[in-house]
Design a protein around this ligand. Structure first.
Ligand SMILES: Cc1cc2nc3c(=O)[nH]c(=O)nc-3n(C[C@H](O)[C@H](O)[C@H](O)COP(=O)(O)OP(=O)(O)OC[C@H]3O[C@@H](n4cnc5c(N)ncnc54)[C@H](O)[C@@H]3O)c2cc1C
Length: 399
């Protein structure tokens, strides 16, 4: 295993980075304000990215994507991640949902949702979490769907439906099986077109003042969709969840590592250039060197863990411990590195002259989304202790 970027991936990474530096960074403040001006600039940059062969690089070629091999794409995504707006510009945001639709969708569902989605022509939000149920464990969810003739009838309340405000479709997870059914086979995913009668967008929701991102709350009251809108088979909701989440944790954490790199670059440049007491450069201060050291160690070890997990998934292993561990390791690293980068910039670091303050707010979100960190810590701890209880131990050299 090597942690360096393979030679054959370097040219595409360089091309992506040049595009981001030349076009996306300048558009970032407009993107973060949201609204029509942001949409216009996004559309222009998307067209440009498509023309330059940089669109949907990691989506399989069979669905109209760039077809980059899994691990190569993870390295490319590390560059795309430097700037949040770049996910939209390069069409990478839809990969998780597209993999799920590809795995379980009927040909009609693929024609109507998947292929347009890969092209960026349609948006499907994903909706599991509920205000009234601890949804870090989705077996808690209360939304139901009952089959009546050739229609599903859905009732429930969902929130944090990211992008729901501009979604054409919502993929909703609901209980379709009786209360006494085995819990992991009791839920299904159903595709609901926006505007279906009975579906109400109760309110828009924003977090930490990030107004360009909307995660509305929805009420389902006797919402009727055709039986054919079931995604996959009845009771397969959790299975599809896994299809969605496994690779997503690699692509997300690689993206966050891209953010770490950007914050690290800003921090080191600042330390090398800012003069403080008696004209001394910050770089002469050991407390500043400590920030560099701590960030270096955290990024290097988190990155090694992500690449290790990605290689294991690439070989077809489930790598549950590794995948859970990286979610926590990288979200913590991201938070810490951006925090230090802000600190060394003083007041400037907190201002919106720099991207750090927005990155910091996003980093805080990451410790809750994709499963709160505690859920992953628990999974890692429990699994390893079970191995010990079974007499197997946990030999790092054999993993
Ligand atoms: C910006 C944003 C975007 C989101 N987008 C979407 C989306 O598009 N679709 C969607 O369905 N959901 C989305 N979510 C919801 C997100 O997935 C949930 O918030 C997350 O799964 C946690 O669920 P919860 O908020 O109900 O927390 P709860 O389940 O109520 O948990 C609350 C807290 O309890 C602790 N906790 C939970 N479980 C354990 C445990 N086993 N051990 C120890 N402590 C524990 C953790 O500290 C956790 O943060 C989004 C959330 C945010 C903030």
């Amino acid at each position: 295993m090597s942690f360096g970027v393979p030679d054959h991936v370097r040219p595409i990474r360089e091309k992506l980075l040049r595009f981001i530096e030349d076009h996306v960074y300048d558009a970032e403040p407009i993107y973060q304000r949201g609204g029509p001006e942001a949409e216009a600039i996004q559309a222009k940059l998307r067209d440009r990215a498509k023309a330059e062969g940089l669109w949907a690089l990691g989506h399989p070629a069979s669905m109209g994507g760039g077809g980059m091999p899994w691990l190569d794409y993870a390295y490319a995504n590390e560059v795309i991640g430097r700037c949040d707006a770049a996910m939209d510009v390069f069409g990478t945001y839809s990969l998780q949902s597209c993999l799920m639709l590809d795995a379980a969708g009927t040909e009609a569902q693929k024609q109507t949702i998947l292929y347009p989605k890969v092209r960026g022509d349609t948006y499907m939000a994903f909706s599991v979490t509920e205000p009234g149920a601890g949804s870090s464990d989705p077996t808690n969810i209360q939304t139901t769907a009952r089959l009546e003739g050739d229609e599903w009838v859905i009732n429930g309340r969902k929130w944090y439906v990211s992008g729901g405000d501009h979604a054409d479709w919502i993929c909703v997870m609901a209980r379709t099986e009786p209360q006494d059914a085995p819990v992991h086979g009791a839920f299904s995913m159903i595709l609901v077109p926006a505007g279906t009668p009975g579906l109400t967008r109760v309110r828009d929701m924003h977090v930490l003042g990030l107004t360009h991102m909307n995660h509305p709350e929805y009420l389902y009251e006797e919402v009727r969709v055709p039986a054919a809108n079931l995604l996959g088979k009845r009771g397969e909701g959790f299975k599809l969840f896994q299809v969605r989440l496994g690779p997503a944790r690699i692509t997300n954490t690689m993206r966050w590592l891209g953010q770490c790199q950007r914050a690290f670059d800003l921090m080191c440049d600042r330390i090398n250039s800012r003069k403080v007491s008696k004209g001394a450069l910050l770089s002469t201060k050991q407390l500043m060197q400590q920030h560099v050291y701590d960030s270096y160690v955290e990024i290097q070890s988190a990155r090694a863990q992500v690449i290790d997990a990605a290689e294991k998934l690439g070989k077809g292993e489930q790598a549950r411990v590794e995948v859970s561990a990286i979610k926590v390791a990288v979200s913590r690293t991201l938070h810490n590195v951006i925090d230090r980068a802000i600190q060394v910039h003083g007041a400037l670091g907190l201002s919106d002259d720099l991207p750090l303050e927005t990155m910091y707010r996003m980093a805080r979100v990451m410790r809750i989304v994709d499963g709160p960190d505690e859920v992953h810590v628990e999974r890692v701890g429990k699994t390893i202790l079970k191995e010990f209880a079974a007499g197997n131990g946990w030999d790092f050299g054999q993993r």
